[in-house]
Ligand binder design. Structure first.
Ligand code: BES
Ligand code: MN
Ligand code: MN
Length: 459
């Protein structure tokens, strides 16, 4: 009988071709002109699940971008594992910084370059291929499996906070595996046990009813850019603490064990600075770099605009100024409460001479934490030890995956991060890539992990 390992090896080049096909679909969820491409990506995923032997495959509408569901539920008395990933991608801009067109995948030095390669199409395809290899070689699976893939993660999964609770029976499971996330280094595994939450808002400042001559009117009324800068300045202390009243109120402090897990991860400040291309680091005092990146909340300006941006001088006082601000959140902060606090703060510090509107930008995520010794993590740890020959680090991710919190609330099930991207793979940036070695390793890792669960009783 052919083993799953041999099956995977035999299909290696076919799987790569299929990944390319998937990567050629420009499924950018934030841009309305690509709505149809997100739909096409859903269709591609749905067809691929069916080909793998998954049953009852459906594309379900959510009111926004669709989700894809499929199942294989013939392992009586075995647990149900739900596998998650997203088939939408980030936009490609700035396009001129890409070495190749972002939706024309190329392989260089054993890496596939394309938008979505690591985040998340390469990772999403891995568990489908692993399940196919198990089904085609053994005719059965060691556990019951459900697949739940979405097309709106990169815009904050706005419809899923309603969709998931209203599809509880369909999605019910003992454990979730996320194929979105990653590992530490090529030869070092990590169990990612936390994600930060997020909420965001836009500040719009209106001064005069139109742009006006800065010679004629300058010095007689308030420039909206100045007002905006003052509002933003009031939000943080010079040493990097957030000054919004009540912001830290619900932040759970780190236990000694949590601190020791993070302290056990090797850290080189010079390496970290080099990665970023900065001479100095900056941030909230009293916490290490990784503690700040994973376990402390932030308030950041993601964009600011207004006034003249072209060549040379234009003597104008702009009519409007704008900023986008987002907060990364940690347990037990609540995104809705933080939005309220930041709105109230912005209004309180808004100079009275201008007109300030603060509005929420859709897309929120709750912070997420799974017990480091959760049975799902213990199983993942055993697989990591087998494949990498090393103990995984207990790390967290500073980024957000909205469904983790939604699924925990709605289904009471935890999500184990089981994905194979690495931090240097330019997710969200030009020249995004995925290591082909990770693509292959991930397939074996999923086969092994699913086999591990066969010893489980349903939780
Ligand atoms: N895969 C990322 C989340 C992530 C980031 C995991 C860093 C591991 C390390 C996900 O696709 C993502 O980018 N999420 C967004 C969510 C936002 C748009 C609500 C994020 O974190 O910015
Ligand atoms: Mn992702
Ligand atoms: Mn992303």
């Amino acid at each position: 009988m052919v083993t799953w390992k041999t099956y995977l090896q035999k299909h290696c080049s076919q799987y790569l071709e299929e990944l390319f096909e998937f990567l050629r679909i420009p499924s950018i969820s934030s841009q309305p002109e690509h709505e149809n491409d997100v739909e096409r990506a859903a269709e591609w995923v749905s067809a691929r699940l069916q080909k793998a032997g998954i049953e009852d495959v459906q594309i379900l509408s959510t009111g926004g971008h669709p989700v894809v569901y499929g199942q294989w539920l013939h392992a009586d008395d075995r647990p149900v594992i739900l596998i998650y990933g997203h088939f939408d991608t980030q936009p490609v801009d700035p396009i001129e910084l890409w070495s190749n067109p972002p939706f024309e995948p190329v392989v260089k030095e054993n890496r596939v370059y394309a938008r979505g390669a690591t985040d998340d199409k390469g990772n999403l395809l891995i568990p489908i291929l692993a399940v196919e290899a198990l089904l085609k070689t053994q005719g059965t699976l060691p556990v019951n499996v459900k697949f739940f893939f979405e097309g709106q993660e990169e815009i904050g999964s706005p419809q899923l906070a309603d969709f998931i609770p209203s599809h509880r029976d369909l999605l019910s499971c003992d454990l979730i595996l996320s194929a979105d996330g990653g590992q530490w280094e090529e030869d070092q595994p990590a169990l990612h046990i936390g994600l930060r939450g997020i909420c965001a808002l836009q500040i719009d400042v209106l001064g005069a009813k139109a742009d006006v001559h800065s010679g004629t009117y300058g010095g007689t009324f308030m420039n909206p850019i100045d007002a905006l800068v003052r509002i933003i300045e009031s939000m943080r202390s010079p040493d990097g603490k957030v000054l919004v009243e009540g912001f830290y109120e619900d932040v759970r402090s780190l236990s000694d064990l949590e601190r020791s897990h993070i302290a056990a991860i090797p850290y080189s400040e010079s390496q970290y600075k080099k990665e970023l291309g900065v001479d100095e680091l900056f941030g909230e005092p009293g916490y290490s770099t990784y503690e700040r990146a994973w376990t402390r909340p932030t308030l950041e300006v993601n964009g600011i605009w207004g006034g003249y941006q072209g060549d040379g001088l234009k003597t104008v006082i702009p009519s409007k100024a704008h900023a986008k601000v987002s907060c990364r959140l940690v347990p037990d902060q609540d995104p809705d409460k933080i939005i309220e606090l930041v709105c109230a703060h912005s209004q309180k510090y808004a100079p009275k001479n201008v007109n300030v509107t603060v509005s929420q930008i859709p897309g929120v995520a709750d912070p997420y934490l799974i017990p480091y010794d959760h049975p799902g993590n213990q199983a993942a740890r055993a697989v990591h030890k087998e494949l990498f020959g090393k103990e995984p680090y207990y790390a967290r991710m500073g980024g957000s995956i909205p469904v983790c919190g939604i699924l925990l609330k709605a289904l009471g099930a935890y999500t184990v991060n089981f994905a194979f991207g690495l931090n240097d793979e330019n997710a969200h940036a030009p020249d995004e890539f995925f290591r082909l070695s990770s693509f292959e390793l991930g397939q074996s890792a999923y086969c092994k992990l699913l086999n591990h669960f066969s010893e489980w009783k349903p939780l």
